[in-house]
Ligand binder design. Structure first.
Ligand SMILES: Nc1ncnc2c1ncn2[C@@H]1O[C@H](COP(=O)(O)OP(=O)(O)O)[C@@H](O)[C@H]1O
Ligand SMILES: [Mg+2]
Length: 254
């Protein structure tokens, strides 16, 4: 607990210090209303007739334009929580507010609408369509989000440039490295301008150099696309670039 708290205080102090003469943006950011609030969330599954308590009372918040990480062993409940934040699953108990919308009380259809419009997802295995080029993969997500056709080309090109793949636009996934495929997946996830990007172990299948590139892309898109990122990881070097780390042990934060 101590090191995280002190790191956070140091980071906020540094931000305030930089903007001492002109307190506008830094102060506004520190005071910003959270994009997502999780309150007392529990999740219980019925496994073989026995209740399995996977999340045991989670409180957290995501402020706009932050890179927040969930760290914890396999089985600690990270994916379960991420699914709940993304509206893919609902808590057994507790509240989740996304942009003031009560996800815990909304129907599947209502949550799906919000998710399609305002969220992007990235998974460990890159989830690209194998027969489509990088360009076509990103375009597909705009098509599915109902973005007008006239906007596709500039937006697809912009997103692929952001992730450093302008020169690989017409390659198919099998012609790209793992790191490049993951960068296409990022372009695809942000193309429809979501406010929240959720990433479940996005660097787990990558070597450390490629993982560092992914983190640098994340930092770029937080700045340029105004997105908030919540990701899971257990890589200590990656945790260093987080604005905040929530450490999960057995369904609880420590
Ligand atoms: N739909 C489900 N039904 C029953 N048990 C589940 C279900 N989803 C997850 N679990 C269990 O919840 C625990 C936490 O899983 P998970 O959230 O995937 O952990 P992590 O992502 O941290 O590895 C595991 O013991 C897993 O087996
Ligand atoms: Mg997981």
């Amino acid at each position: 607990m101590g090191w995280r708290k002190s790191k956070q205080i140091a980071a906020e102090a540094a931000r305030n210090d930089v903007h001492k003469e002109e307190p506008g943006p830094a102060v506004a950011d520190v005071q910003a209303k959270p994009l997502l609030v999780v309150e007392g969330v529990e999740r219980t599954f019925q496994a073989g007739g026995q209740p399995l308590h996977v999340l045991k009372g989670i409180d957290m918040e995501l402020k706009p334009r932050r890179l927040v990480m969930l760290r914890g062993r396999s089985g600690s409940g990270k994916t379960t929580l991420l699914n709940m934040i993304g509206g893919l699953d609902q808590p057994s108990k507790g509240h989740i507010f996304f942009n003031d919308l009560p996800f815990h009380a909304m129907s599947d259809d209502q949550r799906t609408k919000v998710r399609r419009k305002d969220m992007g997802f990235i998974f460990q295995a890159f989830a690209l369509m194998p027969l489509l080029s990088a360009y076509e993969n990103v375009e597909l997500s705009l098509r599915m989000a109902g973005v007008p056709g006239a906007e596709w080309k500039p937006r697809v090109e912009h997103c692929l440039e952001l992730v450093g793949l302008a020169k690989r636009m017409h390659h198919r996934p099998f012609e790209l490295s793992g790191g490049e495929q993951q960068r296409v997946a990022i372009a695809k996830a942000i193309a429809h301008r979501p406010s929240l990007l959720l990433a479940d172990e996005p660097t787990a299948e990558l070597d450390s150099q490629m993982a560092a590139q992914i983190m640098s892309v994340f930092q770029t898109i937080i700045r340029t696309e105004q997105v908030t990122i919540c990701m899971t990881t257990h890589d200590p070097t990656i945790l260093e670039v987080a604005d905040h780390v929530y450490e999960m042990v057995d369904g609880k934060f420590i």
